[in-house]
Design a protein around this ligand. Structure first.
Ligand SMILES: Nc1ncnc2c1ncn2[C@@H]1O[C@H](COP(=O)(O)OP(=O)(O)OP(=O)(O)O)[C@@H](O)[C@H]1O
Ligand SMILES: [Mg+2]
Length: 449
């Protein structure tokens, strides 16, 4: 590791050179700060040890010029007069530390070791951030669907802001994945991402879980406890299933969002919190509002940006790439050389409705990867998937790729399912199908149902 030494005193340069060499560093010493600046243009140094008081360019000016060039080497100042003020001034200008002369060799080595550790952590942080971005920063969200891609673009756009985001979509559509993508591709990536399932925590514990409590707030509260909002400070709190939040907590959440501060259970004062809120729900909150179960004011606070995750059946182009993605994932995990699906198996997954969305597809592939013994997943490794699109499978044979026929098959199947589901109540079936009652009657007749 190369170290640049700048000191006008010959004996200092000599001593430092000896000590540093002994520790395995590669020192280069300069008596003149402006010459050292030139040397920096040509060479790279991990650390710079710089005297403060020197004739010509002094340590402070050297530091200023270095920073003006946008360099970020770790600089440690050395000050013979123990002139704290100048040293502190230098730290403000961006020096990492200072040491007052005279010092023992151990002291300077200790500072260098600390600086090395800091460098290591900085690098590690950069690496972690790059990794987190690769893992969640949108790139791991597989989609070829135009609408989903629009949602992904929106995720990238909002990531760097602290705006509240509401993610809606059916179970298994990737809401949590989207929330992580927002966190890990934004400026808060290295701060905590705290996920809370509002529906899974008992109601009477939820407030204290979210906001914390002080000692004696209730029986069993034998000490102060920070809440999840506080844990997520500077990072992101993911309020999953926010539609399950009881109304009194909705009021408290609204206040937290508006005031950017929280109050622990049993506490009289508030605490400032800087946590970005991302919420998700499978419920239709607009409907919940109408039925008085969700507060409208909170809804508008949460819904500043809405990300809508479409169900898998609305983006059939995603089924194959997702399946291949999961095959790759589990091939690595299980150490199995499975690479693909047979045509038959592909047809089967393409015709299925995937009520459990991407999660269900992932589970089906995981299971098939365990069962399959060849390098291609065959139909036998798949479970019986009977909620097929349409009653008959799509006419997928080469000679029968008529869109008209496929649509008819699909429509007929959906009508049949709607009638089954509603016990032949045609009014309700028409509602489910989102077509008029008359259109339904006409279609029932023409499909001979
Ligand atoms: N587009 C995608 N690309 C890759 N993996 C995905 C995608 N969408 C979802 N997944 C994976 O599917 C699984 C389910 O996703 P996730 O947990 O985000 O869904 P969810 O909407 O939060 O579901 P729930 O409402 O049931 O909690 C996860 O393992 C996730 O990694
Ligand atoms: Mg989820």
């Amino acid at each position: 590791m190369r170290i640049l030494i700048i000191d006008d005193e010959e004996s200092m340069r000599h001593m430092l050179t000896v000590i540093l060499k002994r520790e395995g560093y590669e020192p280069s010493a300069f008596a003149d700060a402006s010459k050292a600046l030139c040397a920096l243009e040509a060479d790279e140094f991990a650390f710079i040890l710089c005297d403060i008081k020197m004739p010509g360019m002094d340590g402070m000016r050297f530091l200023k010029e270095l920073k003006a060039k946008g360099r970020d080497e770790t600089v440690i100042m050395m000050s013979a007069y123990a002139s704290m003020d100048t040293a502190i001034e230098c730290m403000k200008l961006g020096a990492y530390d200072y040491i007052s002369k005279p010092f023992k060799s151990d002291e300077i080595i200790l500072i260098l070791k600390k600086a090395e550790e800091r460098e290591r952590l900085k690098k590690e942080n950069r690496r972690l951030r790059a990794e987190a971005e690769a893992e969640y920063g949108g790139r791991s969200i597989i989609t070829k669907d135009a609408r989903m891609q629009e949602e992904m673009a929106l995720i990238r756009k909002v990531a760097d802001y602290s705006t509240t985001v509401l993610i809606t979509g059916e179970s298994g559509t990737g809401k949590e994945l989207a929330a992580r993508a927002i966190h890990y591709s934004g400026l808060r990536a290295l701060e905590p991402f705290v996920a809370v399932n509002c529906g899974a925590i008992p109601e009477d514990l939820l407030e204290s879980e979210l906001f914390g409590h002080v000692k004696g707030a209730f029986t069993g509260a034998d000490r102060n406890k920070a809440g999840l909002f506080q844990e997520a400070d500077r990072g992101t709190i993911f309020l999953d299933e926010v539609g399950e939040l009881p109304v009194d907590l909705q009021v408290k959440l609204l206040r937290a969002l508006q005031e950017r501060e929280i109050r622990r259970v049993g506490d009289t004062k508030s605490i400032k919190i800087d946590a970005r809120v991302v919420a998700a729900t499978i419920r239709d909150l607009r409907q919940e509002i109408k039925e008085g179960r969700f507060r409208e004011d909170l809804f508008y606070r949460l819904n500043v940006i809405e990300i809508k995750m479409p169900p898998l059946r609305r983006r059939p182009v995603d089924i194959e790439p997702l399946a291949l993605h999961f095959i790759g994932k589990y091939a690595r995990k299980f150490g199995k050389p499975v690479k693909n699906l047979s045509n038959e198996a592909l047809d089967a997954i393409l015709c299925y409705t995937w009520p459990g969305n991407v999660r269900e597809l992932e589970n089906v592939i995981e299971r098939a990867m365990i069962l399959e013994e060849s390098d291609t997943i065959g139909k036998n490794a798949l479970p019986i998937m009977d909620k097929r699109l349409g009653e008959a499978a799509f006419p997928v044979a080469d000679e029968e790729i008529s869109i008209k026929k496929a649509e008819d098959a699909l429509e007929r199947g959906l009508i049949k399912r709607a009638l089954e589901k509603t016990n032949n109540n045609r009014t309700k079936a028409a509602e489910l199908l989102e077509i008029s009652h008359r259109a339904l009657l006409y279609k029932i007749k023409s499909y001979g149902l």
